[in-house]
Each structure stands twice: as structure tokens, then as C-alpha cells.
Design a protein around this ligand. Sequence first.
Ligand SMILES: *[C@@H]1O[C@H](CO)[C@@H](O)[C@H](O)[C@H]1NC(C)=O
Ligand SMILES: *[C@@H]1O[C@H](CO)[C@@H](O)[C@H](O)[C@H]1NC(C)=O
Ligand SMILES: [Zn+2]
Length: 291
Amino acid sequence: MAYLLFFQIFLFSLIKIAPFSDAWGKEGHFMVCKIAENYLSEKASRAVSDLLPSEAGGDLASVCSWADEVRFRYRWSSPLHFVNTPGVCNFKYSRDCHNSKGETDVCVVGAINNYTAQLQSYGGDSSGNDLSESLMFLAHFVGDVHQPLHAGFAADEGGNTITIHWYRRKSNLHHVWDVNIIETAMKDFYSDDLNSMIEAIQMNITDSWSDEIDQWQTCRSQSVACADKYASESIKQACDYAYKDVEQDSTLGDDYFYSRLPVLEKRIAQAGVRLAAILNVIFCGDSAVSK
Ligand SMILES: *[C@@H]1O[C@H](CO)[C@@H](O)[C@H](O)[C@H]1NC(C)=O
Ligand SMILES: *[C@@H]1O[C@H](CO)[C@@H](O)[C@H](O)[C@H]1NC(C)=O
Ligand SMILES: [Zn+2]
């Protein structure tokens, strides 16, 4: 009996550090969409409610991880969650945005452009696209592109093949940024309450980061979403923070956690504000988020 129980715990722990952890965990995506909800214009808010599937109960955040749930059913969508570079700390669309077969546009940046364009047909001819799915994909991918290691190096699959210990538990570097940092922060600072963590991030947006919000939304290319820019920032942060001082079999603890958490929290804030700005432009033709 004890053996059986032990075996079950062992199996369970295997499942929890599943190898295909290629997505911000549910918590990360939920926070991004919750923050975005606060900044939607009335018109965008109405369009979003109209497009959400009934199981969302009117709440965008509740379907923010839908794209992860369908990535095996929709096998084609799996490479849309990330982009990799050939070991360099910058992003170039023409060089990097393709799948393993070399098909262009098949990466998270191409996907954001794709689903933005589809949603712009809202209210007109949607050309057979299911705009409800387009919205759920867009909301998810704007989150993904802000996770630094969703724009990582091809050779280590965005940190997935870098095995490390997160404190005393075995994990991998990608999973640390998807899940472990958020989990530890929730436990240490937010009494395991996701809403408190969202509130803390929200407070910073309206307070210490308020001067930066305009700049977060500025897009030099004049396109609705500036997905290239988000990916460029991510690979830079991957080099400066995520990969930095980490090797195969490193043990990461307090030093890493305390220095990287603020980086990650700010990424969540940026993703939320930008998602709202993108949706506001798509659905109203006007810009963005006011402070
Ligand atoms: C664009 O969206 C369509 C519909 O979901 C999908 O079939 C196609 O693979 C997408 N392409 C990219 C690059 O996102
Ligand atoms: C709020 O901003 C300060 C200053 O940038 C930072 O040190 C802190 O970690 C931030 N808190 C959250 C919850 O993002
Ligand atoms: Zn994802």
C-alpha cells in the first residue's frame, strides 16, 4: 500500500514536470487577461463578450489557456506558441519566424499578426474564420510572446532542455519561467491567492510604471500589434536574465528568484496592457489604453 502510494506520488510528480511545458502556466495567462480586462474600452469589451464562447461565462481570462488545451488536437497550432533564434540575442522575422519545416510565418509573432488581421473583419466578412477562436488564440499568444523564453534559443528549445533544480525540485529552465517563479511568488508573497498577485501588479501599472504605459503601446511599424517588438524584448531578456548564470544542472534559488521576479511581473503587466490596446484598436479603430 505504501509502495503503491509512493508510486502514485512519483507518477504525479512526473506529470507535473511534463516535458512539453511550452506555455506560460494557467496562472500567467490568467493574470495577463485579467489585467487586459481592466483596460478594455466599452466597445472592445462588448465585442469580446459577443465573441467569447458560452463556457467563458463572459470572462476572457477564463479561456486564456484554451490555446494550450487544444495544441494537441490542433497539432498545427503547436509551433505558434513560441519563436526561436539561432543562438543570438536578437529577433529577425525573416530569419526566425518559421516552423521546423521552414514554413514562414509559423511562429508566435506570425500568429499574433494572423489573428489580429482575422479579428479586424469582425462585423463584416470573416471569410469563414471562427473569430471566437481567433480571439482566444490572440489573447493567449500575446501572453506567450512576453514570456522571455518563448523567444529563446533553438538549440535548447527555449530552455526546455536545460535541466535545473528549482530550490530542491527538479525542473527545467523553461518551466521555471512558465510556472515555478509564479508559484513561488504566490506562496511567499501572496498567500497563494492569484487575485492578490494581480492586484499588486495592477497597482504598479497605475503607480510606478504609469509613465511607461504610452511607450509600451507605441509601435513604430504602425501596425495594430507590434509583435516583432515584443519578441525582440523577450529574447533580450532571455539573454540578460533567464539564461544568465544558468548552466545544465544548476540549482536556482533565492538569488535567481528575487532578481527575476520583478522582470517577470513587469512582463505580465506589459502583456496585459498591450493585449487591451490591441483589442481596443481592433474593435474601435481608436487607440489604446488611457492611464
Ligand atoms: C492563421 O489562422 C488560421 C486559422 O486558425 C490557421 O489555420 C493558420 O495556421 C494560422 N497561421 C498562422 C501563421 O498563425
Ligand atoms: C513594483 O515596482 C517596483 C519598482 O519597479 C518593483 O520593485 C516591484 O517588484 C514591483 N511589484 C510588482 C508586484 O510588480
Ligand atoms: Zn502557449
